[in-house]
Design a protein around this ligand. Structure first.
Ligand SMILES: C[S@@+](CC[C@H](N)C(=O)[O-])C[C@H]1O[C@@H](n2cnc3c(N)ncnc32)[C@H](O)[C@@H]1O
Length: 180
């Protein structure tokens, strides 16, 4: 089971660092996005993967039972109850606008937009530990690398604000600093 591996290989006399990365499994992200967007018309973007994810879990948990789509669908609906009460920073109850949270980090921007009565309908962040923190804060697992077409294909088409705290190192100008 390789999630990520870095190999050093010699090719034509030159050393290359080769990074092997498994394709990302988007189902857990779709599952949490589905649960948190079941009332706002966005869940359709996540439903197929969310159902497949629940089905996979049920098949593992109950190998002797036949897990039909109907059973998976019922389990999914059941999970929606009381969802907002289980996260420390829940979405506003009556949102005034929808936004997407790209390069989401641990959700600093999301907090600000939620405080303005916004509802986050898609989030992406590739760092493992930021994802864990984001899930603990908001109950949603971000999708991964936003440069990938697959990740972008999950972005819903009905949102009002695109929020992106993209990496800014390339815009910094290095200057001399004197410490006395
Ligand atoms: C400046 S931080 C954003 C902080 C965030 N706004 C917050 O409030 O916590 C940039 C983030 O972009 C993430 N990132 C960089 N490239 C990415 C990519 N291609 N896809 C997804 N996330 C990426 C980094 O892991 C980092 O957490």
């Amino acid at each position: 089971m390789i999630k990520e591996r870095i190999d050093i290989k010699k090719i034509d006399g030159q050393l290359f660092e080769i990074k092997l990365v498994e394709p990302e499994n988007s189902k857990p992200a779709s599952f949490t996005h589905y649960l948190h967007n079941h009332t706002n018309g966005v869940s359709q973007f996540y439903k197929k993967d969310a159902l497949a994810f629940v089905k996979e879990i049920l098949v593992k948990e109950y190998p002797m039972n036949e897990i039909t789509n109907k059973v998976a669908e019922e389990a999914l609906q059941y999970l929606i109850f009381d969802l907002n009460k289980t996260v420390p920073f829940p979405a506003p109850e009556k949102p005034k606008f929808k936004f997407i949270d790209l390069f989401a980090g641990i959700g600093g921007f999301r907090m600000a937009f939620q405080n303005l009565e916004g509802k986050c309908v898609f989030t992406s962040e590739w760092d493992k530990y930021s994802k864990q923190t984001y899930k603990a804060n908001f109950g949603e697992i971000p999708f991964g690398d936003i440069t990938k077409e697959k990740t972008k294909s999950y972005i819903p088409n009905n949102f009002d604000v695109l929020c992106a705290g993209f990496p800014c190192q390339a815009f910094f100008i290095a200057e001399k600093t004197w410490w006395i």
